[in-house]
Design a protein around this ligand. Sequence first.
Ligand code: SAM
Length: 199
Amino acid sequence: MDALAMEFADDTFDLVWACESGEHMPDKKKYVEEMTRVLAPGGNMVIACWCQREETAERPLTDDDKARLQFLYDEWAHPFFISIQEFCRLMEGTGKMEAVGAEDWTPQTLPSWRHSNLVGVLDPWFVMFKWNPKLWYKVTREIVTLERMHRAFDMGLMEYGLMRGVKAAKPAGGAAAAAAAGGERRQQQEQQQAAGAAV
Ligand SMILES: C[S@@+](CC[C@H](N)C(=O)[O-])C[C@H]1O[C@@H](n2cnc3c(N)ncnc32)[C@H](O)[C@@H]1O
């Protein structure tokens, strides 16, 4: 299902989480809005996503930074990345997400890039025994891209974003108020029954 146009009804899930898919979304605002829409009031959202560092007037992206990012966009079909801060702004911008926060998990995830290449070195048999020039070419490009990913994260150009938030509860009134009133009535009945039993 397309994450930018999900078929789920509004307010469906207690938890909505996304793992490394936002990188591919050509419309990050719609991506966040769709996840917010299907999240039930009071529910949690967690997004793990490769992000690029925030560009500021004091610290603009250099030509070298831009060339490094363009390589990463092109190689793995990413339209563009956004910053951790921009993800938080998008979540807050829905007007429905509260307690929005984020962490940079680059230190925890950095070893995985080189580990992926190490796995290729330790277990290369599916490539070795298949004489397929196209496959060899693809694998070689992957090795280079994994190393360039590692470097981009290591130099602070990329950041591993872990964003989270809670969807605001619906204001009292309508169905929510009726449910609350029902709960109160049940509580009163239970109290009366307990009192009766005690008598
Ligand atoms: C880097 S993979 C991550 C896969 C998985 N979440 C994981 O962590 O192993 C990116 C995934 O995003 C998916 N994807 C890209 N655009 C999408 C879209 N518009 N709707 C749903 N999924 C999409 C791709 O199919 C791919 O499986």
